[in-house]
Design a protein around this ligand. Structure first.
Ligand code: UGA
Length: 443
């Protein structure tokens, strides 16, 4: 099939590359000429394991192309996949200007039947708006061309996006147009596994499904984080409690890991947007508001522990910080707890030496070079030289089994603040180290 992907950001690129990989002809559009030039030259501007190889082999096979030419892009695909950003507006609601701009372009240039697919995370009612915008453009052109707008939200996780796309748990299709549903079925046929993964529903329910999934996942995390605070006070171990409840099939194992808060481009933004949507129809989502508040508080728990141990004035103190990205296997620092933690430590007078396998450049971009109390190390152990303590913020695999002897030798005082509970409390290596986890008291 001929597929146009409008927006070559994270979702657009993964979608375009994976659809090309199963044999479709894909043309990815973006307004940013530098991005398109880079992609055409075989480069890629985001960090996602496996994506560069898929792009490379499909570009070489001639199935994946890139353009900044809007007319060409719209004329190309029977399917027009809208995968542009929906940043937060000033009040937290989703800003639809890019989605509706894409719709306008489709209406402006289309000359034959199109299935227009919303892949961006968009509030309930957006498919209807996209429909209206395209209709208005066609009317302006004095044309009557058939088209159908489908809601097909994306459930990709950064760091695992290729696998999520290739082996989806479910594919949500919001449409009541049988022809469009048939085309979407054909598009996704290569990704169906043993049983049907397609869930067909109305567009509004499909739109809400996306927010509901993220809200539920965030709720589980905030619940566990709050329980972790209680656990510390009671002298219990949240990791044992996690195992105790996760083994209940009704609860399950996923997204029960307490930590120093969730971040990323989705959970925080989507929760705000859903709260705004609810407020717009006179509903107050009390649980969800609390999920967000609990997470804001959670981002500071490591700093609270540092202050409890070293006092309010951290002048002259130096901290090694492992992990800048909001989670492993990405260089993304949007809403990352590390940002809150670093800012707080600097504010309290401390120096921070940070290490991350992928996000140092991003951190430099965010924090700038203005404060020489924030510096970076090329290797995790180098960050420890002369530091008062090690603070672990992201659970990259390479942090999980460090040489504890080296840690002890390099730190001024052997203290670890572990924001992701990556060590076993009974690990012999931790002997002689003051260890502060989340929701568990060592010793
Ligand atoms: C999330 C969802 O998991 C995807 O299904 C969804 O498609 C995506 O948002 C989106 O809306 O685009 P992502 O933000 O990439 O994906 O990352 P997650 O793996 O979900 O992690 C989010 C945050 O939760 C991270 O900061 C992570 O450290 C934290 N987390 C996750 C926990 O603190 N505990 C857990 O048990 C799991």
């Amino acid at each position: 099939m001929r597929v146009t992907v409008i927006g070559s950001g994270y979702v657009g690129l993964v979608t375009g590359a994976c659809l090309a990989d199963v044999g479709n002809d894909v043309l990815c559009l973006d307004v940013d000429p530098a991005k398109i030039a880079l992609l055409e030259a075989g480069g890629i501007c985001i960090y996602e394991p496996g994506l560069d190889e898929i792009i490379k082999r499909n570009v070489e096979a001639g199935r994946l192309r890139f353009t900044t030419d809007v007319r060409r892009a719209v004329e190309f695909g029977t399917l027009q996949l809208i995968a542009v950003g929906t940043p937060a507006d000033e009040d937290g609601s989703a800003d639809l200007q890019y989605v509706l701009g894409a719709a306008r372009n489709v209406g402006k240039y289309m000359n034959d039947y199109k299935v227009v697919v919303d892949k961006s995370t968009v509030p309930v009612g957006t498919a209807a708006k996209v429909n209206a915008v395209i209709l208005a453009e066609l009317e302006r052109r004095g044309l009557e061309i058939e088209f159908s707008v489908v809601s097909n939200p994306e459930f990709l996780k950064e760091g695992g996006a290729i696998d999520d796309f290739m082996r989806p748990d479910r594919i949500v299709i919001g449409s009541d147009d049988q022809n469009a549903i048939h085309i979407m079925r054909t598009l996704y046929a290569p990704f169906q596994r043993k049983h049907d993964r397609l869930l067909i529903m109305d567009t509004r329910s499909a739109e809400l499904t996306k927010y509901a999934a993220n809200a539920m996942l965030a709720t589980r995390i905030s619940f566990m984080n709050e329980l972790a605070l209680l656990s510390e006070k009671l002298g219990t171990d949240i990791e044992l409690i996690r195992q105790g409840i996760g083994s209940d099939l009704r609860i399950g194992w996923h997204f029960l890991y307490p930590g120093c808060g969730y971040g990323g481009s989705c959970f925080p933004k989507d929760i705000q947007a859903l709260l705004r949507t609810a407020a717009g129809v006179g509903e107050e989502l009390k649980v969800l508001a609390a999920v967000d508040q609990a997470n804001e508080r959670q981002k500071s728990v490591l700093v609270d522990k540092v202050v409890a141990r070293f006092g309010e004035d951290l002048t002259g103190r130096r901290f090694a910080l492992w992990g800048l990205s909001f989670k492993p296997d990405t260089d993304d620092m949007r809403e990352a707890p590390s940002r809150v933690i670093i800012a707080a430590l600097l504010r309290l007078g401390a120096c921070v030496v940070a290490y991350d396998p992928a996000a140092i450049d991003e951190s430099r971009r965010i924090f700038g070079g203005g404060d020489d109390r924030l510096s970076y190390a090329d290797y995790p152990m180098v960050a420890l030289d002369g530091a008062d303590a090690l603070i672990i913020v992201t659970e990259w695999k390479e942090f999980r089994s460090p040489d504890f002897q080296t840690i002890k030798a390099k730190l001024k005082t052997p203290i670890i603040f572990d924001g992701r509970n990556i060590f076993d409390l009974h690990d012999d290596g931790l002997k002689g180290i003051e260890y502060f986890g989340i929701g568990r008291v060592s010793g």
